[in-house]
Design a protein around this ligand. Sequence first.
Ligand SMILES: NC(=O)c1ccc[n+]([C@@H]2O[C@H](COP(=O)([O-])OP(=O)(O)OC[C@H]3O[C@@H](n4cnc5c(N)ncnc54)[C@H](O)[C@@H]3O)[C@@H](O)[C@H]2O)c1
Length: 327
Amino acid sequence: MKLLVTGGAGFIGSVVTRMLLDAGHQVVILDDLRTGHREALAPDATHVEASIHDAARVITADAGFDGVLHFAALIAAGESMIKPELYWRNNTVGTLALIDAVRAAGVPRMVFSSTAAVYGNPTELPITENAVKAPTNTYGATKLAVDMALTSEAIAHGLAAVSLRYFNVAGAHLAGDIALGERHDPETHLIPIALDVAAGRREKLQLFGDDYPTVDGTCVRDYIHVADLARAHLLALDAATSGQHRIYNLGNGNGFTNRQVVDVVREVTGHQLPVEVAPRREGDPAELVASSTLAREELGWVPQKPTLHDMVGDAWAFYRTHILGQQ
Ligand SMILES: NC(=O)c1ccc[n+]([C@@H]2O[C@H](COP(=O)([O-])OP(=O)(O)OC[C@H]3O[C@@H](n4cnc5c(N)ncnc54)[C@H](O)[C@@H]3O)[C@@H](O)[C@H]2O)c1
């Protein structure tokens, strides 16, 4: 297939691009590099350095795209509460422009990066796709708005749409000379921050709250390896059906506490990790664990790297070689 990948210079988009190319697809990347990395661009894909707001310039009827995989977004939940207008404009208004272009050019299918943040504080565990959607931050709200727009688009105009709601994505894609990992700036995710501490690049790791009703008092989150997540996108492309908007949660179904993550980072890196317990953060749910039963049943998706050791091990291998420059 000829595919457009938005956000292909970012963490997840670059890994999915690599797998699409390896599977024999042709890929054009649309990424304005506002948070992405030029080095993460696949050399065998075409890169257009432009915003999704200008997608219509690239997605023309003549270009003949068979599908769009849409990763481009701003992703920091905390920042989205301080600069909500930035998130609405980029994540929602930008995506509506992209959907307009997809419709005008007659592109048949679209796969969208949604998020566990659409559920907010869960009323059931594990969280299924039918759970109440009540985002507690603007980031989650901008993604839920897009999910709703895709449902309308499928019903009214026959788009084959799939939203994949990721839980916490971790690890790195390492294959031969390929090494694609997480490099957000500022970093807000626990594992790369813990690796910064292990590498001596940050003084200590803050754990926000240790009085939650969990086994050790710290929050429980569901982690998914980026390579497993990427594979789900290829399955979603195949399963996309005209006139339907399918929605799948992607997680492990296993939660890990923040302290369990810290223990694994200590084990994998061999470094002590100074930890400081800070007050709870507003809106942080005690536990977020996905039910991915639907993705397993309907897409045939089976995670191959489900353990924290898999994820932290690969993230550390990427960190050492590509961030610290060690052999
Ligand atoms: N990382 C996670 O744990 C996680 C969890 C749930 C959902 N998601 C979603 O997955 C997607 C990818 O996340 P990531 O971690 O790879 O983020 P990332 O910041 O590494 O990548 C995002 C990419 O999108 C590009 N981009 C942003 N706005 C753009 C615009 N207007 N026009 C063109 N390009 C633009 C950036 O330059 C960057 O390359 C996002 O949509 C995010 O909301 C991520």
